[in-house]
Write a protein that binds this ligand. Structure first.
Ligand code: NIG
Ligand code: FE
Length: 423
Protein backbone atom coordinates (compact mmCIF):
# COMPACT_ATOMS: atom_id res chain seq x y z
CA UNK A 1 0.00 0.00 0.00
CA UNK A 2 1.18 3.52 -0.61
CA UNK A 3 0.14 6.41 1.56
CA UNK A 4 -1.08 9.75 0.35
CA UNK A 5 -1.30 12.92 2.39
CA UNK A 6 -4.89 14.10 2.26
CA UNK A 7 -5.68 17.62 3.44
CA UNK A 8 -4.63 18.90 6.84
CA UNK A 9 -7.82 17.88 8.57
CA UNK A 10 -9.96 14.82 8.15
CA UNK A 11 -13.42 14.06 9.48
CA UNK A 12 -14.82 10.55 9.51
CA UNK A 13 -18.57 10.69 10.02
CA UNK A 14 -21.57 8.38 10.02
CA UNK A 15 -19.93 5.46 11.84
CA UNK A 16 -22.28 2.97 13.48
CA UNK A 17 -19.68 2.51 16.24
CA UNK A 18 -16.42 4.25 17.03
CA UNK A 19 -14.66 1.70 19.23
CA UNK A 20 -12.34 4.09 21.07
CA UNK A 21 -10.79 1.94 23.84
CA UNK A 22 -10.55 5.19 25.81
CA UNK A 23 -9.77 4.53 29.46
CA UNK A 24 -7.01 4.59 32.04
CA UNK A 25 -3.50 5.27 30.70
CA UNK A 26 -2.27 1.75 31.43
CA UNK A 27 -2.92 -1.80 30.23
CA UNK A 28 -6.43 -3.04 31.01
CA UNK A 29 -7.11 -5.92 33.41
CA UNK A 30 -10.08 -7.95 34.61
CA UNK A 31 -13.49 -6.47 33.75
CA UNK A 32 -11.74 -3.48 32.08
CA UNK A 33 -10.91 -5.77 29.17
CA UNK A 34 -14.60 -5.69 28.21
CA UNK A 35 -14.95 -1.90 28.33
CA UNK A 36 -14.42 -0.65 24.80
CA UNK A 37 -15.82 2.91 25.30
CA UNK A 38 -17.89 2.79 22.13
CA UNK A 39 -19.43 5.95 20.68
CA UNK A 40 -22.58 4.92 18.80
CA UNK A 41 -23.44 6.93 15.64
CA UNK A 42 -20.01 8.47 16.02
CA UNK A 43 -17.20 10.18 14.19
CA UNK A 44 -13.57 11.16 14.42
CA UNK A 45 -11.71 14.42 13.69
CA UNK A 46 -8.02 14.25 12.73
CA UNK A 47 -5.54 17.09 12.26
CA UNK A 48 -1.90 16.73 11.19
CA UNK A 49 -1.97 12.98 11.68
CA UNK A 50 -3.26 13.13 15.25
CA UNK A 51 -6.71 12.52 16.67
CA UNK A 52 -8.22 15.82 17.75
CA UNK A 53 -11.72 14.81 18.71
CA UNK A 54 -14.00 11.78 18.97
CA UNK A 55 -17.75 12.36 19.32
CA UNK A 56 -21.13 11.87 17.74
CA UNK A 57 -21.28 12.12 13.98
CA UNK A 58 -23.20 15.40 14.32
CA UNK A 59 -20.52 16.91 16.58
CA UNK A 60 -17.73 15.91 14.19
CA UNK A 61 -19.63 17.28 11.16
CA UNK A 62 -19.94 20.64 12.89
CA UNK A 63 -16.11 20.93 13.09
CA UNK A 64 -15.53 20.69 9.33
CA UNK A 65 -14.57 23.60 7.06
CA UNK A 66 -13.45 23.92 3.43
CA UNK A 67 -10.04 22.40 4.20
CA UNK A 68 -11.48 19.28 5.75
CA UNK A 69 -11.65 16.00 3.87
CA UNK A 70 -14.89 14.36 4.91
CA UNK A 71 -15.20 10.57 4.78
CA UNK A 72 -18.68 9.13 5.10
CA UNK A 73 -18.20 5.74 6.74
CA UNK A 74 -21.65 4.66 5.58
CA UNK A 75 -22.65 3.16 8.92
CA UNK A 76 -19.50 1.08 9.27
CA UNK A 77 -17.40 0.44 12.40
CA UNK A 78 -14.15 2.27 13.25
CA UNK A 79 -11.42 0.75 15.40
CA UNK A 80 -7.80 1.60 16.21
CA UNK A 81 -5.36 -0.20 13.90
CA UNK A 82 -4.42 -3.55 15.36
CA UNK A 83 -1.06 -3.72 17.19
CA UNK A 84 0.46 -7.16 16.57
CA UNK A 85 2.90 -7.60 19.47
CA UNK A 86 4.61 -10.83 18.34
CA UNK A 87 5.71 -11.49 14.76
CA UNK A 88 8.67 -12.98 12.86
CA UNK A 89 8.09 -11.11 9.56
CA UNK A 90 11.56 -11.15 7.95
CA UNK A 91 12.54 -14.47 6.37
CA UNK A 92 13.34 -15.91 2.97
CA UNK A 93 11.38 -18.68 1.28
CA UNK A 94 8.42 -20.53 2.71
CA UNK A 95 8.02 -23.88 4.49
CA UNK A 96 5.26 -25.08 2.25
CA UNK A 97 6.99 -28.49 1.76
CA UNK A 98 7.04 -29.06 5.51
CA UNK A 99 3.42 -27.93 5.70
CA UNK A 100 2.54 -30.67 3.23
CA UNK A 101 4.54 -33.22 5.26
CA UNK A 102 2.67 -32.18 8.40
CA UNK A 103 -0.60 -32.62 6.53
CA UNK A 104 0.47 -36.25 6.12
CA UNK A 105 1.20 -36.69 9.82
CA UNK A 106 4.79 -35.53 10.47
CA UNK A 107 5.13 -33.32 13.55
CA UNK A 108 6.77 -29.89 13.89
CA UNK A 109 9.32 -31.32 16.35
CA UNK A 110 10.17 -34.32 14.10
CA UNK A 111 10.80 -31.99 11.17
CA UNK A 112 12.98 -29.71 13.33
CA UNK A 113 14.96 -32.72 14.67
CA UNK A 114 16.02 -33.69 11.14
CA UNK A 115 17.34 -30.22 10.32
CA UNK A 116 14.17 -28.68 8.93
CA UNK A 117 11.99 -26.21 10.79
CA UNK A 118 13.61 -22.97 11.92
CA UNK A 119 16.99 -24.13 10.52
CA UNK A 120 15.65 -24.52 6.98
CA UNK A 121 14.45 -20.89 7.07
CA UNK A 122 17.83 -19.86 8.55
CA UNK A 123 19.66 -21.50 5.62
CA UNK A 124 17.56 -19.62 3.08
CA UNK A 125 17.67 -16.32 4.93
CA UNK A 126 21.46 -16.49 5.24
CA UNK A 127 21.70 -16.99 1.46
CA UNK A 128 19.56 -13.92 0.73
CA UNK A 129 20.93 -10.38 0.44
CA UNK A 130 19.60 -7.45 2.46
CA UNK A 131 17.88 -5.94 -0.56
CA UNK A 132 16.28 -9.20 -1.66
CA UNK A 133 15.06 -9.77 1.87
CA UNK A 134 13.46 -6.32 1.99
CA UNK A 135 11.81 -6.91 -1.38
CA UNK A 136 10.39 -10.26 -0.23
CA UNK A 137 9.07 -8.89 3.04
CA UNK A 138 7.25 -5.90 1.54
CA UNK A 139 4.60 -8.44 0.57
CA UNK A 140 4.01 -9.29 4.23
CA UNK A 141 3.82 -5.60 5.17
CA UNK A 142 0.99 -5.28 2.62
CA UNK A 143 -0.79 -8.26 4.14
CA UNK A 144 -0.64 -6.78 7.64
CA UNK A 145 -1.92 -3.41 6.49
CA UNK A 146 -4.71 -4.83 4.35
CA UNK A 147 -5.83 -6.84 7.36
CA UNK A 148 -6.06 -3.73 9.53
CA UNK A 149 -2.76 -4.05 11.41
CA UNK A 150 -0.82 -0.78 11.56
CA UNK A 151 1.97 -1.72 14.04
CA UNK A 152 3.96 -4.94 14.43
CA UNK A 153 6.63 -6.07 16.83
CA UNK A 154 9.21 -7.68 14.53
CA UNK A 155 11.76 -10.27 15.62
CA UNK A 156 15.01 -11.27 13.98
CA UNK A 157 16.06 -14.89 14.56
CA UNK A 158 16.52 -16.46 11.13
CA UNK A 159 20.17 -15.39 10.82
CA UNK A 160 21.89 -16.84 13.90
CA UNK A 161 25.26 -15.32 12.99
CA UNK A 162 26.44 -11.80 13.81
CA UNK A 163 26.17 -10.53 10.25
CA UNK A 164 22.92 -12.30 9.39
CA UNK A 165 21.11 -11.16 12.54
CA UNK A 166 22.25 -7.60 11.83
CA UNK A 167 21.08 -7.97 8.21
CA UNK A 168 17.58 -8.94 9.38
CA UNK A 169 17.40 -6.06 11.88
CA UNK A 170 18.51 -3.65 9.16
CA UNK A 171 15.78 -5.03 6.91
CA UNK A 172 13.26 -4.35 9.67
CA UNK A 173 14.55 -0.78 10.02
CA UNK A 174 14.29 -0.22 6.27
CA UNK A 175 10.77 -1.69 6.08
CA UNK A 176 9.73 0.62 8.93
CA UNK A 177 11.06 3.60 6.98
CA UNK A 178 9.64 2.77 3.59
CA UNK A 179 6.25 1.19 4.32
CA UNK A 180 3.26 2.58 6.22
CA UNK A 181 3.50 -0.25 8.74
CA UNK A 182 5.19 0.63 12.04
CA UNK A 183 7.81 -1.94 13.12
CA UNK A 184 9.09 -2.32 16.70
CA UNK A 185 12.33 -4.33 16.40
CA UNK A 186 13.27 -7.24 18.68
CA UNK A 187 16.56 -9.16 18.61
CA UNK A 188 15.95 -12.94 18.74
CA UNK A 189 19.45 -14.32 18.12
CA UNK A 190 18.52 -16.99 20.70
CA UNK A 191 15.90 -18.58 18.44
CA UNK A 192 17.74 -21.86 17.81
CA UNK A 193 21.26 -23.28 18.16
CA UNK A 194 22.63 -23.52 14.60
CA UNK A 195 24.22 -26.91 13.63
CA UNK A 196 27.79 -25.54 13.60
CA UNK A 197 27.41 -24.91 17.36
CA UNK A 198 25.54 -28.10 18.34
CA UNK A 199 28.56 -29.58 20.12
CA UNK A 200 29.57 -26.26 21.70
CA UNK A 201 26.40 -24.51 22.77
CA UNK A 202 28.26 -22.40 25.34
CA UNK A 203 30.14 -20.73 22.52
CA UNK A 204 26.89 -19.78 20.77
CA UNK A 205 25.57 -18.23 23.98
CA UNK A 206 28.88 -16.32 24.31
CA UNK A 207 28.60 -15.18 20.68
CA UNK A 208 25.18 -13.70 21.45
CA UNK A 209 26.30 -12.07 24.69
CA UNK A 210 29.74 -10.86 23.65
CA UNK A 211 29.34 -10.03 19.97
CA UNK A 212 25.74 -9.80 18.81
CA UNK A 213 24.24 -7.81 21.69
CA UNK A 214 26.98 -5.12 21.85
CA UNK A 215 26.81 -4.53 18.06
CA UNK A 216 23.02 -4.41 18.02
CA UNK A 217 22.88 -2.08 21.02
CA UNK A 218 25.55 0.17 19.55
CA UNK A 219 23.71 0.49 16.21
CA UNK A 220 20.38 0.85 18.07
CA UNK A 221 18.91 -1.90 15.90
CA UNK A 222 16.53 -3.32 18.51
CA UNK A 223 14.31 -2.14 21.37
CA UNK A 224 13.75 -5.61 22.84
CA UNK A 225 15.57 -8.92 23.22
CA UNK A 226 13.71 -12.26 23.14
CA UNK A 227 14.82 -15.86 23.82
CA UNK A 228 13.16 -19.14 22.80
CA UNK A 229 13.33 -20.76 26.25
CA UNK A 230 12.37 -24.41 25.84
CA UNK A 231 13.68 -27.89 26.49
CA UNK A 232 16.22 -28.72 23.75
CA UNK A 233 16.38 -25.07 22.64
CA UNK A 234 17.66 -22.53 25.22
CA UNK A 235 17.75 -23.75 28.83
CA UNK A 236 16.69 -21.66 31.80
CA UNK A 237 20.36 -20.88 32.61
CA UNK A 238 21.19 -19.92 29.04
CA UNK A 239 18.06 -17.77 28.76
CA UNK A 240 18.92 -16.04 32.04
CA UNK A 241 22.45 -15.22 30.81
CA UNK A 242 21.26 -13.80 27.50
CA UNK A 243 18.39 -11.75 28.90
CA UNK A 244 20.48 -10.39 31.78
CA UNK A 245 23.12 -9.25 29.30
CA UNK A 246 20.44 -7.68 27.08
CA UNK A 247 19.12 -5.73 30.04
CA UNK A 248 22.61 -4.33 30.69
CA UNK A 249 22.57 -3.02 27.11
CA UNK A 250 19.30 -1.19 27.78
CA UNK A 251 17.01 -3.55 25.87
CA UNK A 252 13.52 -4.45 27.09
CA UNK A 253 12.92 -8.17 27.61
CA UNK A 254 10.43 -10.60 26.07
CA UNK A 255 10.44 -14.41 26.14
CA UNK A 256 9.05 -17.41 24.24
CA UNK A 257 8.01 -19.36 27.34
CA UNK A 258 6.37 -22.75 27.98
CA UNK A 259 5.31 -23.11 24.33
CA UNK A 260 5.91 -26.85 23.81
CA UNK A 261 6.34 -27.97 27.43
CA UNK A 262 6.20 -26.65 30.99
CA UNK A 263 9.88 -25.74 31.14
CA UNK A 264 9.90 -23.01 33.77
CA UNK A 265 9.80 -20.18 31.23
CA UNK A 266 7.00 -18.22 32.88
CA UNK A 267 8.73 -18.41 36.24
CA UNK A 268 11.98 -17.16 34.74
CA UNK A 269 10.11 -14.31 33.05
CA UNK A 270 8.69 -13.36 36.44
CA UNK A 271 12.08 -13.63 38.13
CA UNK A 272 13.65 -11.36 35.52
CA UNK A 273 10.65 -9.03 35.36
CA UNK A 274 10.42 -9.24 31.56
CA UNK A 275 7.90 -6.99 29.83
CA UNK A 276 6.11 -9.98 28.28
CA UNK A 277 6.05 -13.77 28.42
CA UNK A 278 4.77 -15.16 25.13
CA UNK A 279 2.99 -18.41 24.12
CA UNK A 280 2.43 -19.93 27.63
CA UNK A 281 0.48 -22.91 26.25
CA UNK A 282 1.80 -25.11 29.07
CA UNK A 283 2.01 -22.58 31.90
CA UNK A 284 0.36 -23.78 35.12
CA UNK A 285 -1.37 -21.93 37.98
CA UNK A 286 1.95 -21.33 39.75
CA UNK A 287 3.40 -19.74 36.61
CA UNK A 288 0.32 -17.52 36.20
CA UNK A 289 0.61 -16.37 39.83
CA UNK A 290 4.29 -15.57 39.32
CA UNK A 291 3.52 -13.49 36.20
CA UNK A 292 0.87 -11.56 38.12
CA UNK A 293 3.22 -10.91 41.02
CA UNK A 294 5.88 -9.54 38.67
CA UNK A 295 3.51 -7.54 36.42
CA UNK A 296 4.51 -9.43 33.25
CA UNK A 297 2.06 -9.19 30.31
CA UNK A 298 1.11 -12.54 28.71
CA UNK A 299 1.16 -12.53 24.89
CA UNK A 300 -0.99 -15.44 23.71
CA UNK A 301 -0.63 -16.81 20.18
CA UNK A 302 -3.55 -19.04 19.24
CA UNK A 303 -2.58 -18.97 15.55
CA UNK A 304 0.43 -21.19 16.28
CA UNK A 305 -1.67 -23.66 18.30
CA UNK A 306 -4.17 -23.87 15.44
CA UNK A 307 -1.60 -24.11 12.65
CA UNK A 308 0.35 -26.85 14.45
CA UNK A 309 -2.87 -28.85 14.58
CA UNK A 310 -2.89 -28.80 18.37
CA UNK A 311 -5.79 -28.11 20.68
CA UNK A 312 -3.62 -27.17 23.64
CA UNK A 313 -4.57 -23.49 23.88
CA UNK A 314 -3.18 -21.42 26.77
CA UNK A 315 -5.26 -20.85 29.91
CA UNK A 316 -6.44 -17.39 28.86
CA UNK A 317 -9.50 -17.22 31.13
CA UNK A 318 -7.42 -18.14 34.19
CA UNK A 319 -4.93 -15.43 33.22
CA UNK A 320 -7.68 -12.80 32.97
CA UNK A 321 -9.17 -13.95 36.28
CA UNK A 322 -5.73 -13.68 37.88
CA UNK A 323 -5.58 -10.01 36.78
CA UNK A 324 -3.04 -10.29 33.95
CA UNK A 325 -3.08 -7.63 31.21
CA UNK A 326 -3.76 -9.97 28.28
CA UNK A 327 -2.27 -9.46 24.82
CA UNK A 328 -3.14 -11.52 21.73
CA UNK A 329 -0.93 -11.62 18.63
CA UNK A 330 -0.44 -13.60 15.40
CA UNK A 331 3.13 -15.00 15.83
CA UNK A 332 3.33 -14.56 12.04
CA UNK A 333 6.19 -16.82 10.87
CA UNK A 334 6.83 -19.35 8.09
CA UNK A 335 6.65 -22.42 10.34
CA UNK A 336 4.24 -22.54 13.24
CA UNK A 337 1.91 -19.64 12.38
CA UNK A 338 1.77 -18.49 8.76
CA UNK A 339 -0.98 -15.91 9.25
CA UNK A 340 -0.79 -12.10 9.51
CA UNK A 341 -4.53 -11.89 10.26
CA UNK A 342 -5.54 -10.35 13.58
CA UNK A 343 -9.21 -11.02 12.86
CA UNK A 344 -8.35 -14.72 12.55
CA UNK A 345 -6.81 -14.38 16.03
CA UNK A 346 -10.01 -12.76 17.33
CA UNK A 347 -11.98 -15.71 15.96
CA UNK A 348 -9.65 -18.31 17.51
CA UNK A 349 -9.68 -16.47 20.84
CA UNK A 350 -13.47 -16.45 21.05
CA UNK A 351 -13.98 -19.94 19.65
CA UNK A 352 -11.21 -21.88 21.37
CA UNK A 353 -10.18 -19.78 24.37
CA UNK A 354 -13.59 -18.45 25.43
CA UNK A 355 -12.43 -14.86 25.27
CA UNK A 356 -15.23 -12.45 24.38
CA UNK A 357 -14.85 -10.32 21.23
CA UNK A 358 -14.50 -7.22 23.45
CA UNK A 359 -11.71 -8.77 25.53
CA UNK A 360 -9.94 -9.91 22.37
CA UNK A 361 -10.11 -6.42 20.85
CA UNK A 362 -8.61 -4.85 23.97
CA UNK A 363 -5.86 -7.50 23.85
CA UNK A 364 -5.00 -6.70 20.21
CA UNK A 365 -5.02 -2.89 20.51
CA UNK A 366 -4.39 -0.92 23.71
CA UNK A 367 -2.89 -3.76 25.76
CA UNK A 368 -0.64 -4.74 22.87
CA UNK A 369 0.48 -1.11 22.47
CA UNK A 370 1.44 -0.92 26.16
CA UNK A 371 3.43 -4.14 25.84
CA UNK A 372 5.53 -2.36 23.20
CA UNK A 373 5.96 0.88 25.15
CA UNK A 374 3.62 2.60 22.67
CA UNK A 375 0.57 2.91 24.92
CA UNK A 376 0.85 6.70 25.08
CA UNK A 377 0.76 7.07 21.28
CA UNK A 378 -1.14 4.09 19.83
CA UNK A 379 -3.78 1.47 20.56
CA UNK A 380 -6.83 3.66 21.24
CA UNK A 381 -8.74 6.51 19.60
CA UNK A 382 -8.22 9.39 22.04
CA UNK A 383 -7.28 13.04 21.49
CA UNK A 384 -3.54 13.49 21.05
CA UNK A 385 -2.87 9.96 19.83
CA UNK A 386 -1.58 9.03 16.38
CA UNK A 387 -4.50 8.57 13.97
CA UNK A 388 -3.92 4.92 13.04
CA UNK A 389 -7.43 3.60 12.51
CA UNK A 390 -9.44 1.24 10.34
CA UNK A 391 -12.97 1.47 8.97
CA UNK A 392 -14.25 -2.10 8.93
CA UNK A 393 -17.06 -3.17 6.62
CA UNK A 394 -19.58 -4.14 9.30
CA UNK A 395 -21.92 -2.32 11.67
CA UNK A 396 -21.17 -4.26 14.87
CA UNK A 397 -17.56 -4.79 16.05
CA UNK A 398 -18.36 -8.38 17.13
CA UNK A 399 -18.59 -9.36 13.47
CA UNK A 400 -14.79 -9.10 13.31
CA UNK A 401 -14.50 -12.22 15.48
CA UNK A 402 -17.65 -13.88 14.18
CA UNK A 403 -17.22 -13.89 10.38
CA UNK A 404 -13.85 -15.59 9.91
CA UNK A 405 -11.80 -15.92 6.75
CA UNK A 406 -13.18 -12.55 5.64
CA UNK A 407 -11.08 -9.47 4.87
CA UNK A 408 -12.97 -6.91 6.99
CA UNK A 409 -11.20 -3.56 6.43
CA UNK A 410 -12.84 -1.09 4.06
CA UNK A 411 -10.26 1.67 4.58
CA UNK A 412 -6.99 1.69 6.58
CA UNK A 413 -5.38 4.92 7.84
CA UNK A 414 -1.86 5.42 9.18
CA UNK A 415 -1.24 8.80 10.87
CA UNK A 416 -4.41 10.09 9.24
CA UNK A 417 -3.34 9.06 5.72
CA UNK A 418 -5.50 6.69 3.73
CA UNK A 419 -3.52 3.70 2.51
CA UNK A 420 -4.27 2.67 -1.01
CA UNK A 421 -3.83 -0.88 -2.23
CA UNK A 422 -0.82 -1.18 -4.56
CA UNK A 423 -1.81 -1.72 -8.21
O1 NIG B 1 6.99 -18.52 17.92
N1 NIG B 1 8.84 -20.79 18.96
C1 NIG B 1 9.69 -20.38 18.21
N2 NIG B 1 9.54 -19.61 17.17
C2 NIG B 1 8.40 -19.51 16.36
C3 NIG B 1 8.41 -20.53 15.28
C4 NIG B 1 9.34 -20.16 14.24
C5 NIG B 1 9.38 -21.10 13.08
O2 NIG B 1 8.86 -22.23 13.10
O3 NIG B 1 9.99 -20.67 12.09
C6 NIG B 1 7.14 -19.49 17.18
O4 NIG B 1 6.27 -20.39 17.11
FE1 FE C 1 7.20 -16.60 18.05
Amino acid sequence: MSSELESKSLAVINCSQVVTLAGPARPRVGAELRELSIVESGGLFVRDGLIERVGTSAEISSLTDNDTTVVDAGGRVVLPGFVDAHTHPVFAGTRVDEFEERSKGATYQEIAARGGGIQSTVNRTRATSLNELIATCRRYAEWFLRGGTTTVEAKSGYGLSVEDEIKILRAIRQLDRETSLRYVPTFLGAHSIPPEYHSRRDEFVSLIVEEMLPRIAQEKLAEYCDVFCEEKVFTIDESWKILSAARCHGLGLRMHADQLSLSGGAKLAAELGTVTADHLEHTDAEGIAALKQAGVQPVLLPGSVYALGSSHYPAAREMIDAGLALVLATDFNPGSSPTPSMTMILSLASTHMKITPAEAITATTINAAYSLNRGEQLGSLEPGKIADFVIHDCDDYRELAYFFGVQHPWQVYSAGCLLKAAD
